[in-house]
Design a protein around this ligand. Sequence first.
Ligand code: URA
Length: 480
Amino acid sequence: MSALRQPATDAHYCVELERPDDFDAWRTAARALVQARVPPDAVSWREPGGVGDLFAAGGCALPAPPPAAAPARASKRFLDLARHAALHRDPQRFALLYRLLWRLQAKPGIMEDKADADIAAVENLAKAVRRDSHKMHAFVRFREVAPGDEPEAGPHYVAWFEPEHHILRANAGFFVRRFANMRWSILTPAGALHWDGEVLEEGPPALRSDAPCGDPTEDLWRTYYASIFNPARLKVGAMLKEMPRKYWKNMPEAALIPELVAGAQRREAQMVAAGALDFAERPQTLDSLAQAIHACRNCPIGTLENRAVAGEGPHGAPLMIVGEQPGDQEDEAGRPFVGPAGQLLDRHLERAGIDRRAAYVTNAVKHFKFVQRGKRRLHQSPTAKEIDTCRWWLESERALVRPRLVLALGASAARGVLGRTVSIARERGRPIGLEDGSELWITAHPSYLLRLEGAAQEQQARLFDADLAAVQARLAELAG
Ligand code: URA
């Protein structure tokens, strides 16, 4: 909400915003001012905590638009840009946005003029805000705190973050969707968010000392980070740009960075010599593994606004079925293979006599990668790098479940298991020995069958059935 003050001289208006991130209030006031033809230099914008204003005193009145005044015009592109730029900490941002809105009334084409100083300035503000949000998505680290008055409410996770701009409230939805089932708080010097699994509440500014400093999850993060850290690919400059030093103090894994950088050459040689990762430090239960997976944001997919979908099935399952990544419906349900591909898979498994409930079903990549098109989220294939980053989780699942057979559905799943790309046509229908003594069997992905039609679909369905029948025969052989 805003209050609009008009001083006695009528020369200036002072708009007071109640919150520094209140874009909607700015927009309402800006529209009224434009419609009443109040030029930019006759308006001052104030926000809480801002410097005092010369024109602050005066009566409250919205400027009355002249009779039949045209409403203010603002394109979607301007509003998208302005919505981000308004969250910048620059105290001049609201004045800048108003000046641009004012100029756009006469010349809407300015929006496309990259050389225009106001456009460039607003774009820079918006870019800095997007970057800050991206950092928040990537670098917030929750730490479990001791149960307080409500131990029955389950674990409570608290994170400390220092945003550069007024982005906390704007990013609340991301964390609610991402950690919908967790009880968490994000504390910042500008305010706090508290989510209890159902209701989001805001809190007052916090101090660093209000947040916990460390818990066992941090060891997990360190182990994970150390295991995906690839010294051979290290580019210190690029890493510092992506993960600036100021975020390090709140990220448990960052404590490792200087040591990892210093020891890069040595570690590379050791990794090559060892040829395998250390399984001793992985999560010891499927539940703790699922929790760690939910908190993972170590690749670009992990920063999309969705949840991680961990595998499901019994510990000790003889068969592990690996897909590519959760789809739209899996992301909604938080369970693998529940959408159309899952239903097709279920029919073929049943036909082959494989009991899905006795198998552990998971994916090579734990997050749904998509692009938003209107209301729809369209599937995007993960890159090899994203699959490789997620391998640590798949390997951890294998280390805990210890299946005798792993069935990879499609090329991404096969890469997730093997760490290299293979041809399905060449490898399907026969076992590939894995380093822990289990066997990998590779077949097509059910989504591939769903995309085919007619004779091609029938032919691929027959091959799929034959692959599943071979897996079932091998399972029976191993059990007997
Ligand atoms: N496709 C997959 O690969 N996995 C799922 O969980 C769903 C669809």
